[in-house]
Design a protein around this ligand. Structure first.
Ligand SMILES: NC(=O)c1ccc[n+]([C@@H]2O[C@H](COP(=O)([O-])OP(=O)(O)OC[C@H]3O[C@@H](n4cnc5c(N)ncnc54)[C@H](O)[C@@H]3O)[C@@H](O)[C@H]2O)c1
Length: 357
């Protein structure tokens, strides 16, 4: 793969990192050409790896607002991978594709807190542009939605037919409502334009390539423990979350992508942990002597989050396999190997890292 610099295709300026022209002549008739928006992000990059490993060719599209080329650097010499730096809020067309995975969106409370308006546009205009590509090429479409659609749920655990309890004007609303709107848009393209769509409601996922400083609970705790800082728990730590290791999550995406299900499917680990238990698990696996300190709970922080995965089990034969301590050890290895101890970032003093996306 070589770097071609900038080019202007008429509607937008795009940075193109792609294969030499001769390789476009390759016979791809036996493979699927897949487009992934948000490919440079945590989940998008793992999904890219999984699809390449299955033999498909992948076009990654990302504006790098929260993602990083570091997550894709191991693919520079893979001729089946192309990358376009592009904001999906602007229309795009990178040629015929068979499948669109729409994963672009700021996802952590830190990121969507900083990029509120961009998050709303990505969920609306960006999702529309991605759907238009699928519609044009009659490609299948899978959209990354979120457990945040359930808001601060009054039903526990959350099944897909629960409609949620979302504050439409609170600080989290830029993300929650963007995702709820994008779900409505995906269903509308399915109903009115006959696009073959799928919706995955992703619950908290963790693993290698999580940003070290975006305020998500697992990365926050691991970085704080490695730095020898106190672990920050918001509230009294009794709020619960479920944490799914990334390989399990991606397995769920792939199974759903091959299914004929158009209604939302929860993919997440149903084992419920209090935030306090999670902090203690991180202290155990990191062998850290850090203490746990408590700060006030951010506004609209959900008190419980746990997926009901009955639908995923029945339709996809899916359930997670990696337990939290095993997943934490694998994630810890990544943080240790990717960041020398002395260069680990300073703790984020903010808020909302409460813990989710
Ligand atoms: N990780 C989780 O626990 C989780 C939970 C629920 C839902 N999700 C969803 O999964 C998807 C991926 O999340 P992630 O954790 O990998 O986050 P991430 O921030 O690591 O990745 C998102 C990627 O999208 C890109 N992006 C954002 N806006 C864009 C735009 N307008 N145009 C092009 N690229 C854009 C970012 O640069 C980034 O690379 C998101 O849609 C998120 O809402 C993730």
């Amino acid at each position: 793969m070589i770097y071609h610099g900038f080019r202007t295709p008429g509607f937008a300026l795009m940075l193109v990192w792609r294969i030499p022209p001769s390789l476009f002549l390759r016979d791809t008739s036996l493979t699927t050409r897949v487009l992934i928006t948000g490919a440079a992000g945590f989940l998008g990059s793992h999904l890219t790896d999984a699809l390449l490993a299955e033999g498909h060719s992948v076009i990654g599209v990302d504006n790098l607002c929260t993602g990083s080329m570091e997550n894709l650097k191991h693919l520079r010499s893979d001729p089946r991978f192309e990358f376009f730096e592009h904001d999906i809020c602007l229309p795009f067309d990178f040629g015929k594709v068979d499948y669109v995975f729409n994963f672009a969106s700021p996802a952590s409370p830190e990121d969507y807190g900083r990029l509120g308006i961009e998050t709303l546009y990505t969920g609306s205009a960006g999702t529309r542009n991605s759907l238009d590509v699928a519609h044009k090429y009659q490609a299948k479409f899978l959209h990354a939605s979120t457990s945040e659609c359930y808001g601060d749920p009054t039903v526990h655990p959350q099944a897909e037919d629960y409609w949620g309890n979302v504050n439409p004007i609170g600080p989290r609303s830029v993300y929650d409502e963007a995702k709820r709107f994008s779900e409505a848009l995906v269903m509308a393209y399915h109903r009115y334009r006959k696009v073959d769509t799928r919706l995955v409601r992703i619950f908290n996922t963790y693993g290698p390539r999580l940003q070290s400083n975006d305020g998500r609970v697992i990365s926050n705790f691991i970085v704080q423990a490695l730095q020898g800082h106190d672990l920050t728990v918001y509230g009294n730590g009794s709020q619960t979350r479920s944490f799914c290791y990334v390989s399990d999550e991606v397995d769920g995406f792939l199974r759903l992508s091959r299914s004929a299900e158009h209604l939302p499917v929860n993919i997440g680990n149903p084992n419920e942990w209090t935030i306090l238990d999670c902090a203690q698990a991180v202290l155990r696996v990191t062998d850290s002597e850090s203490k746990i300190v408590f700060k006030s709970l951010p506004i609209d922080d959900p008190s419980q989050r746990q997926p009901d995965i009955t639908r995923a089990k029945q339709l996809l034969g899916w359930e997670p396999k990696i337990d939290l301590e095993t997943g934490l050890k694998l994630t810890l290895e990544y943080f240790r190997s990717s960041m020398p101890f002395s260069q680990l970032p300073e703790e984020k003093p903010e808020s909302a890292s409460s813990q989710a996306s």
